[in-house]
Design a protein around this ligand. Structure first.
Ligand code: SF4
Length: 348
């Protein structure tokens, strides 16, 4: 019983089938494991009178979140690398905010979408992470790195979450369940390049839905296709249609991520097209200056350029945020993790 990938309902069902027990005992198990990181469920009050049952369940429970290989501290952020059972590595990042911590997690080992500005995409695709491996990043942060203040989860690490939709949906269910990690859905954000049928799947399986950060990067089809090959399959019109059908919560907005790259998507025409694309949505545009790295022949815009591009949007009443160094270094958009990442070599 891989408990880290069991929803509360699944645990209840399992107890019912195997032992004729139900929600009462499931609540005890979930509290000990997800809230306390304690595999010894005999201590739970629900099992005070049934120690043998607790021992039998404990014998069946396995917890395999992966092993933290390395942690790196930079500007208050903590990046940690988890080694999975098959030897692959994934990265996660803890970013301290004022009174809480945001955890940026990975959903795949590698990625197959090949966006040209992306570190993760450069290494190719290995495989999807299981729900246990996604939840495991949270479990390790909370119980091994002792970060009890995590209140925000962003799927902005390695991989495209909507290329692994089922496992991501289940992970969101477990994270947000009050009896498990109890992270409010409004504090969970999926960062995606926007795959229409998978957006539909996400929207119809989770109610309320998590936030969406859409990796847009250009609202001109020819530019977007050049930097994000997915746009050749699903163009901007397909993306717009899918987003308009997404059952966004009333209190939420779409976050459009825009990695600004010198001479590629930073012109006035690009800004005007971006305004046009974003206008029908309750939205915020996050401008993320491209970080120099080894991915491709792309240059970072100057600070003045970033300010100018932002101003073009603000003048048209678009709500814009320029990402700070803290964010842009480590969790600016999907695809910024994986730098110097020798652990995973894919065949794709
Ligand atoms: S930006 Fe996101 S979708 Fe594109 S290659 Fe990188 S991880 Fe994959």
């Amino acid at each position: 019983m891989k408990i880290l990938e069991y929803t509360f309902e699944e645990t209840t069902k399992y107890l019912n089938k195997e032992f004729g027990k139900g929600k009462f005992h499931a609540a005890g198990i979930c509290r000990e494991i997800f809230k306390k990181g304690n595999k010894n469920i005999t201590k739970a009050k629900e099992f005070h009178d049934s120690k043998e049952l607790a021992s039998e369940i404990m014998r069946r429970i396995s917890i395999s979140p992966g092993i933290i290989l390395k942690t790196e501290y930079e500007a208050n952020t903590v990046k940690y690398i988890t080694k999975l059972n098959d030897g692959l590595n994934v990265e996660s990042v803890l970013v301290p905010m004022n009174s809480y911590t945001t955890l940026c997690i990975s959903s795949q080992a590698g990625c197959r979408f090949g966006c040209i500005f992306c570190e993760t995409g450069k290494n190719g695709f290995n495989r999807n992470l299981s729900t246990e491996e996604i939840i495991g990043q949270f479990y390790n942060a909370k119980f091994y790195l002792k970060k009890s203040s995590i209140k925000n989860i962003v799927f902005m690490g390695m991989g495209e979450p909507l290329d692994n939709t089922e496992n991501v949906i289940k992970a969101v269910e477990i994270m947000s369940d009050q009896r498990c990690f109890n992270i409010a859905r409004k504090n969970i954000t999926i960062s995606t390049i926007g795959i229409p049928d998978q957006l539909e799947k996400l929207g119809s399986n989770l109610n309320p839905v998590p936030n969406l950060a859409v990796s847009l990067n250009s609202a001109v089809n020819s530019t977007r296709s050049k930097i994000m090959p997915i746009n050749k399959k699903y163009n901007l019109s397909d993306l717009r249609t899918a987003l308009l059908s997404y059952p966004l919560r009333n209190s939420s907005v779409f976050f459009f991520e825009y990695v600004l790259m010198l001479g590629i998507n930073d012109s006035y025409t690009e800004a005007r097209k971006l305004v046009e694309f974003v206008k029908p949505f309750k939205a915020r545009v996050n401008i993320i200056p491209y970080n120099n790295n080894s991915c491709a022949d792309i240059s970072s815009p100057s600070y003045d350029k970033v300010k100018e591009f932002s101003r073009w949007l603000v003048e048209k009443s678009i709500f814009v945020r320029m990402r700070t160094r803290k964010g842009s270094e480590l969790m600016a958009a999907c695809g910024q993790l994986g730098k110097n990442f020798e652990g995973n070599k894919s065949n794709s």
